[in-house]
Design a protein around this ligand. Structure first.
Ligand SMILES: NC(=O)c1ccc[n+]([C@@H]2O[C@H](COP(=O)([O-])OP(=O)(O)OC[C@H]3O[C@@H](n4cnc5c(N)ncnc54)[C@H](O)[C@@H]3O)[C@@H](O)[C@H]2O)c1
Length: 373
């Protein structure tokens, strides 16, 4: 008999819903899991919303008190705004509960350091919701780098641009309020994702020089009250990696027409790779050793070589979507728990990324390069 792993989901908003779908799907997609994820309890802000969300998303129990949820489960998924991450994470880890926390994990690097310290004291497993770093085409790109297909890495250019806040009349939300969203605006939202990939492919960031912009300093909230926008709409920075490679990163929440424009180009001495999350099931690869007459970027369509694609679909090229990436995340987390090993990217990665983003803000304020390591 396989052991059940009781999952508790705190927050059933945008990303909470994808976690819920993934907890159910992972059992079937990854049939060889040693432990079986069970959607045990869901927590929302009111009993009525908790009950409705639990019913809609197939959870056995519900509560409006996240401490009760933590006490009742084996695994805590924190899918709530950033100001709640710290308290939930500390309580979960002190209770020995495995923690899958959404990015950015807390409000700043001080909070993240406290959470990491708690994780070091705990035997529980932890991971962070860096959804795109687990995309099969992205992890395949990492394998190509490790296998030397690109040779020595030279430069990385990456962006995560969306238009969810485009135009001055789009309503103010918690993401623009620093006491809820934390120190970062778009950096902590989209910037974290492209940084998780940049670090995974190219290694640690040694230094940054950046700029940020808040194009609309006030926005009206849903009730029509003007509110100050307390964090950046746009960030761009150049960087050096510790092994000498160069990088440039951009993130915008005002980028008209960009719906999920997480994309990158990685150039090495021997070849190059291009990827865009708007074409999640493709990777473009250029090999410098191709015949000149037929050289060019070739499109690799997702297939069984890009694990764990074939756990979803046996035929190549049929494609995965965003919800499937969360299913992969849950599957990997359950496997790591069963095997008592790390599940990357985890709290240490979130901390390193947070320090990079803090370096970008400092660089902008002080108008100079910031050396991080
Ligand atoms: N990995 C990704 O791709 C991704 C995508 C979107 C959001 N996120 C992250 O997920 C987190 C949540 O973002 P979102 O877009 O889902 O926000 P959201 O506003 O859509 O949902 C948050 C939910 O949390 C609930 N909530 C708030 N306080 C609560 C409490 N005390 N107890 C229980 N529930 C509570 C809210 O009612 C809401 O339903 C953020 O940290 C965000 O950065 C990650």
């Amino acid at each position: 008999m396989k052991k059940n792993l009781k999952f508790g989901l705190i927050g059933a908003g945008f990303i909470g819903r994808t976690h819920a779908l993934a907890i159910h799907a992972a059992r079937q997609v990854f049939a060889d899991l040693e432990y079986l994820p069970v959607a045990h309890m869901l927590c929302e802000v009111s009993p009525a919303l908790a009950e409705k969300s639990a019913r809609d998303l197939g959870f056995e129990k519900f509560t409006d008190d996240w401490r009760k949820l933590v006490d009742a489960v084996d695994v805590v998924v924190a899918a709530v705004p950033s100001h709640l991450h710290r308290e939930i994470a500390l309580y979960a880890l002190a209770s020995g509960k495995h923690l899958l926390c959404e990015k950015p994990v807390g409000l700043d690097s001080r909070e993240l350091e406290q959470i990491r310290a708690a994780a070091r004291q705990s035997t529980a497993c932890h991971a962070v919701g860096f959804t795109y770093a687990r995309a099969p085409m992205v992890t395949f790109a990492k394998r190509m780098v490790d296998d030397g297909k690109l040779g020595k890495l030279l430069h990385f250019s990456g962006r995560h641009n969306e238009d969810y806040l485009a135009g001055p009349s789009t309503a103010f939300t918690w993401r623009q309020e620093s006491k809820i969203a934390g120190r970062f605006g778009v950096l902590g939202d989209l910037g974290y994702h492209i940084l998780s990939i940049g670090r995974m492919l190219c290694g640690e960031v040694r230094a940054v020089c950046g700029l940020t912009e808040t194009f609309y300093p006030t926005r009206k909230d849903a009730g029509g009250t003007p509110r100050a926008v307390e964090n950046e709409d746009y960030a761009a920075f150049v960087s050096r990696f510790t092994d000498g490679g160069a990088g440039n990163f951009e993130s915008s929440r005002l980028a008209r027409g960009s719906k999920q424009n997480l994309s990158f180009e990685l150039v090495g001495e021997a070849g190059a790779i291009r990827f865009s999350a708007e074409r999640l099931n493709e990777l473009q690869f250029y090999s410098g050793s191709d015949e000149p007459s037929t050289e060019g970027f070739r499109k690799i369509l997702i297939n069984a070589a890009q694990k764990p694609y074939s756990s979803f679909i046996p035929a190549p090229g049929h494609g995965l979507g965003f919800n499937d990436l969360k299913t992969i995340e849950i599957g990997q987390f359950v496997t790591a728990i069963a095997e008592q090993r790390r599940c990357l990217p985890d709290l240490d990665d979130a901390y390193a990324i947070c320090k990079i983003c803090e370096g970008v803000l400092q660089s902008d304020t002080e108008q100079r390069w910031i050396i991080l390591r």
